[in-house]
Design a protein. Structure first.
Length: 418
């Protein structure tokens, strides 16, 4: 921050923020890939390790369990120790997890696979908590949505990548081929995480020398809302509800798409890979576009209702592509709206809370979907998604646009240097 001769306050941002964001995105990519790594080939993993489809689903649902149990504690860890130490712990643990998975490629070591899988499942909630924190500390106020959008987009690409590897490397049913492919995937992950660890150790910082905005500079002087105040805020609770159902619906599709396709098509591996890839990769433009929209336009409520309307009514039946695009745009928009509305409450904690609660529904919905799919068929089971979309849309209609972070930043009009 500088003061010119004309007494105009100038807030400066630093190019180092792009390197820090890049490391975060790499961790997001690899962690998202691992969460969905085995459910994208449920039938292959179930046959190889001789376990049930429900057991394979739990490799993804461990993310829900760990988020519910540890998201708040991990969010407090991020708030207390900062970005650098948090990222060092994450990259170290993810490297350990990948090494354990190399040993778990043996068909008798499903138990070791579950232990190793718990690490990225638990780390993902920390990465999600760090994203808005990096956005607020290092980036301009109108760039925060772009950071969240990029984080969401790269996470979606990580999920989609699991379907790409399914289609490319797991078409063979030979035991030796499956074992070798599982080993090489895990080895690649280990190399990437070791690289991320050393980049974090050498280059990453907790904060820039000066704050990037007036809102960030004034954070310490503004009274932070209490938990009671936050949860008695009607707008926060409504947005909370929107985010829970949007996030739950997106995860439900990702985890169960292999089962839906397998029940309808003979060439299930190829069809599942394409359908899963489309449903996830389509979310990337949606996530980035909504970041650009909110950068220049603060009509959060109107934008959220438009995307949720598309999400809830017809897109599921038109294609997984359009569904993925609008649902993930709504995810980014709801999360950025929550950060705006809860300011100056710590972003890592508000994010951790909504992620934790949004992990609860699918502990019920995923097993329920599996049972409904087996008994009635995939089409009937997917009505769960319609219900989630309708509930999120109704909640969004009653939200009031209370953009506290932008109000705090707009009390004066400083210049911003890059």
């Amino acid at each position: 921050m500088e003061i010119t001769n004309e007494n105009i306050v100038v807030f400066r941002t630093y190019r180092k923020r792009f390197l820090i964001c890049a490391v975060l995105l790499l961790c997001t990519l690899t962690t998202a890939f691992q969460i969905n790594q085995y459910t994208s080939i449920t039938n292959v993993i179930a046959e190889y390790y001789q376990v049930s489809s429900i057991a394979v689903n739990w490799t993804a649902l461990l993310n829900n369990i760990s988020t519910i149990l540890f998201a708040y504690s991990l969010g407090k860890f991020v708030e207390r120790y900062g970005v650098r130490k948090s990222m060092l712990v994450i990259t170290f643990l993810l490297a350990i997890s990948a090494v354990l998975k190399c040993f778990a490629s043996d068909k008798n070591h499903f138990w070791l696979l579950m232990i190793a899988q718990f690490i990225p499942d638990a780390c993902f909630s920390v990465i999600l908590a760090i994203a808005p924190l990096i956005g607020s500390i290092w980036f301009k106020p109108n760039e925060v949505a772009l950071v969240l959008g990029a984080s969401s987009a790269i996470g979606l690409f990580g999920f989609a990548l699991s379907f790409i590897t399914a289609g490319l490397f797991f078409t063979s049913t030979k035991t030796d081929d499956i074992k070798l492919n599982l080993f090489y995937v895990s080895l690649s992950l280990a190399v990437l995480m070791v690289l991320a660890f050393f980049v974090t150790l050498i280059y990453m910082s907790d904060k820039p020398p000066t704050p990037p905005s007036l809102a960030e500079e004034r954070r310490s002087t503004i009274r932070t809302p209490t938990f009671k105040g936050l949860f008695t805020n009607k707008n926060f609770l409504l947005l909370f509800t929107v985010f829970v159902f949007v996030n739950s619906a997106s995860q439900l599709i990702t985890v169960t798409i292999n089962q839906s396709v397998t029940s309808k098509f003979r060439n299930s591996n190829g069809v599942s890979a394409v359908a899963g890839f489309l449903s996830l990769i389509s979310g990337i433009p949606g996530s980035l576009i909504i970041g650009m929209i909110t950068q220049s336009n603060s009509k959060y409520k109107l934008s959220l209702i438009i995307f949720l309307s598309s999400n809830a009514i017809w897109t599921l039946y038109i294609s997984t592509f359009s569904y993925g695009m609008v649902s993930n745009a709504a995810y980014v928009l709801a999360l950025d709206f929550i950060v705006e509305l809860s300011f100056p409450f710590p972003e890592s904690l508000s994010n951790s809370m909504v992620q934790a609660v949004s992990s609860i529904p699918n502990l019920i919905c995923v097993p329920l979907f599996t049972k409904l799919c087996e008994k009635y068929g995939a089409v009937e089971a997917n009505y769960i998604l319609i219900l989630m979309g309708i509930l999120s849309l109704i909640s969004a209609l009653f939200v009031r646009e209370d953009l506290r972070r932008r109000k705090a930043d707009a009390e004066t009009t400083p210049l911003i240097e890059v």
